[in-house]
Design a protein around this ligand. Structure first.
Ligand code: GLA
Length: 389
């Protein structure tokens, strides 16, 4: 039971909620911009996320409230007139439309109250968490028989079709399928999943939030995806290739000149090499070689900065600052980029010192103190036990 969301529901809608649920945000350890290129990713679900309390109604009105957007008040829709309106409700509405498109029609209204502790626009997947959580609540309220993997797929569909961001499956998958103390080694070409324990006694996962939010991030994201598609189409003229990440680095080197535009070529290079890094990093972790894992994180950042061009001054500063610190095994930007967070692997005894130093240096450079968190790696989205009393 989560008393905060339960109390929130009672104060907004009156009376008790029927169900409560939680969906986590995620941090990706390595494998960035590979998920829409048929590659592998390596994210973990966090204990930071979004809570919801909900109750069915007898009529056909859907009522939404979020503690994170109190000025919006309660937002009402009738089931026959569900609309996107450039507000936070676009995410749950897009998921409800997706359920309908998949044959899960909602016949009764409901009240849903949300609150969360995931910083918005921080690259820790607050939108994916909201999508997956909406799915969890719909499943619980209306008795739909939908698997956790389907909840992830529906969340991605909602985002692609209705929100207009052509994201891959990583964020929704991590939120729906996360496992305590494990990273998810996900092959996005097949959705084959392996859980990999993260040895937090050897390496603490520390997140540093640059506080930068780029408003053009989603259009730049769609541009990157298009550039990868252009590269793949040209490669396909000389060799049948299902996705960029189906190529090894050697195969790519042999084919790269078929990509005529140098920008598209660099984007493709990033995807291919990043995918190879994920496999190597997962193996290194399995063998307890956290130092090698850290080196691969650094290579990932450099490639995202120079070839994929999705980093920014603040993220580069945070990563470099971490690379120069003793007892830091690795650091890189995480998520889509253009702001958001870095993920750092730090020797457990040095976490406090790392946090203090990075905050001081960032403050000196940019005049603001970044929020820092030690990630608690948690399980995936689920209904919470309700306190009926
Ligand atoms: C965003 C998208 C993901 C993924 C990452 C980059 O988080 O939602 O699907 O593409 O960017 O790795």
């Amino acid at each position: 039971m989560n008393t905060t969301v339960k109390a929130l529901f009672e104060s907004v809608f009156g009376g008790a909620a029927e169900l409560e649920g939680f969906a986590p945000g995620r941090v990706n350890l390595i494998g960035e911009h590979t998920d829409y290129n048929g590659g592998r990713v390596f994210p973990c679900a966090l204990n930071l996320g979004i809570f919801c309390a909900a109750r069915k109604r007898g009529d056909n009105t859907l009522r939404f409230y979020s503690q994170n957007f109190p000025d919006d008040g309660i937002i009402d829709f009738s089931l026959g007139n569900l609309r996107l309106c450039n507000r936070w409700t676009d995410y749950p509405v897009a998921v409800i439309k997706t359920f309908a498109a998949m044959g899960y029609e909602i016949t009764h209204g409901a009240e849903l109250a949300f609150c969360g502790n995931l910083p918005d626009g921080s690259g820790l997947s607050s939108s994916a968490a909201l999508e997956v959580l909406t799915g969890v609540m719909l499943k619980g309220l209306y008795g739909f028989s939908v698997t956790a993997q389907e909840l992830a797929v529906f969340g991605q569909f909602a985002e692609n079709r209705f929100i207009g961001v052509n994201c891959g499956i990583m964020d929704q998958f991590a939120s729906a399928m996360g496992k305590k103390d494990c990273a998810l080694l996900l092959d996005t070409a097949t959705l084959a999943l392996e859980y990999a324990p993260v040895p937090q006694n050897k390496a603490a996962v520390v997140i540093v939030n640059s506080g930068v939010k780029h408003s053009l991030a989603s259009s730049a994201y769609n541009d990157r995806r298009r550039e990868c598609e252009t590269a793949l189409a040209q490669i396909n003229e000389v060799r049948k290739t299902p996705s960029l990440c189906a190529l090894t680095p050697d195969e790519f080197e042999a084919l790269q000149q078929t990509v005529t535009d140098s920008v598209c070529r660099r984007r493709a290079k990033h995807a291919v090499y990043e995918n190879a890094r994920v496999t190597e990093a997962a193996n290194a972790l399995k063998n307890g070689d956290v130092a090698r894992f850290g080196e691969l994180m650094k290579q990932s950042h450099v490639s995202l900065r120079d070839d994929y061009e999705v980093s920014c001054e603040e993220l580069d500063f945070l990563a470099e600052c971490a690379w120069n610190m003793e007892n830091v095994l690795g650091a890189r930007m995480t998520g889509g980029g253009f702001g958001g967070c870095t993920v750092n692997l730090v020797q457990p005894g040095s976490v406090d010192r790392f946090m203090k130093t990075i905050q001081t240096e960032y403050q000196k450079q940019f005049g603001k103190t970044p929020a820092v968190y030690t990630a608690q790696i948690s399980g995936g989205a689920a209904l919470l036990p309700t306190d009926k009393g």
